[in-house]
Design a protein around this ligand. Structure first.
Ligand code: AMP
Length: 286
């Protein structure tokens, strides 16, 4: 591992120069895109990149185009100094934290749309969200020129969509998906968990509990439709929880399943109080 000082920059040219220099030295470059407010989930991605790559770059950018008009863009946490110290502790080489005008210069008019996957589940509930995600990730990949990019399974549909985009656009980056990091009681870590009151945090456990229910019932031979009903019942029976979807889908296409498959994913999204949370679990039957 290299032990150099961590650099930070808001500038595209500086990222390009640094990455080019790293590549010229034969180093493998890993990129971890984030919106900041870093927690152990993000750090697990950085640690994996640190293990597998010689030069690790983290991006911190609260991307406005992936937020809907009534979503939490303005109140999204932005603890930049804490994030930078965490990156330093994890021996990140470079943090790119651009301004909005750098990522979206005046007059910009190009977007990336990943058909199909962008309009179901998360896409159906957050119109325009995935256009914002695929567009910003394509820009970041063109700025960073990484060998590997690290994403969390926490945003299951997002990593599928980015894999699709890279394949379709022949982008020369390998997408690595890392497991979901949870609190000991099962709650998936999320930068949005800070919005939850103590009572809501307790209610939020209904999401991971509904996934456990799905895993157990599928293993016991129940059909996906009955499993979905049980997940919905559990979510709807929990105070403060307003379910948005709960399903068992094909792990590759996200098509809702009537019958079990070998590789499935249980997906759930709900509002807990006014905070929107998502979670998922991969389920494979032997
Ligand atoms: P975000 O800052 O929310 O855009 O997330 C940046 C990256 O961290 C995404 O690839 C997320 O999927 C990943 N991530 C967020 N929460 C977790 C978690 N609890 N476990 C693993 N990865 C996560």
């Amino acid at each position: 591992m290299l032990t150099t000082e961590m650099n930070t920059t808001r500038l595209i040219e500086e990222v390009r120069d640094e990455v080019e220099a790293a590549r010229a030295r034969g180093l493998r470059v890993g990129c971890v895109p984030t919106m900041g407010a870093l927690h152990e989930g993000h750090l697990s991605l950085i640690r994996r990149a640190r293990q597998e790559c010689d030069y690790v770059l983290t991006t911190i950018f609260v991307n406005p185009t992936q937020f809907g008009p009534s979503e939490d863009l303005s109140k999204y946490p932005r603890p930049l100094e804490t994030d930078l110290s965490l990156c330093r502790e994890e021996q990140v080489d470079l943090v790119f934290h651009p301004d909005e005008s750098t990522m979206y210069p005046p007059g910009e008019s190009t977007v990336v749309d990943v058909g199909g996957l962008d309009s179901i589940w998360e896409g159906a509930h957050r119109p325009g969200h995935f256009r914002g995600v695929s567009t910003v990730v394509a820009k970041l990949f063109n700025i960073v020129w990484a060998h590997d990019a690290y994403f969390g399974q926490k945003d299951y549909q997002q990593q599928l969509l980015i894999r699709r985009m890279c394949k379709d656009l022949c982008l020369p980056v390998r997408i690595q998906t890392c497991p979901i990091v949870r609190d000991p009681d099962g709650l998936a870590l999320s930068s949005r968990n800070v919005y939850l009151s103590d009572e809501e945090r307790q209610s939020a456990l209904a999401l991971s509990q509904s996934l456990k229910l799905a895993r157990e019932q599928l293993a016991a031979g129940k059909e996906p439709s009955a499993v979905r009903a049980a997940m919905l019942e559990h979510l709807n029976g929990t105070s403060n929880v307003a379910e948005q979807y709960a399903t068992v889908a094909d792990a590759e296409t996200l098509e809702e399943l009537d019958h079990v498959r070998s590789e499935m994913v249980a997906l759930v999204a709900a509002k807990v109080g006014s905070t929107r949370l998502i979670d998922n679990e991969l389920i494979s039957l032997e």
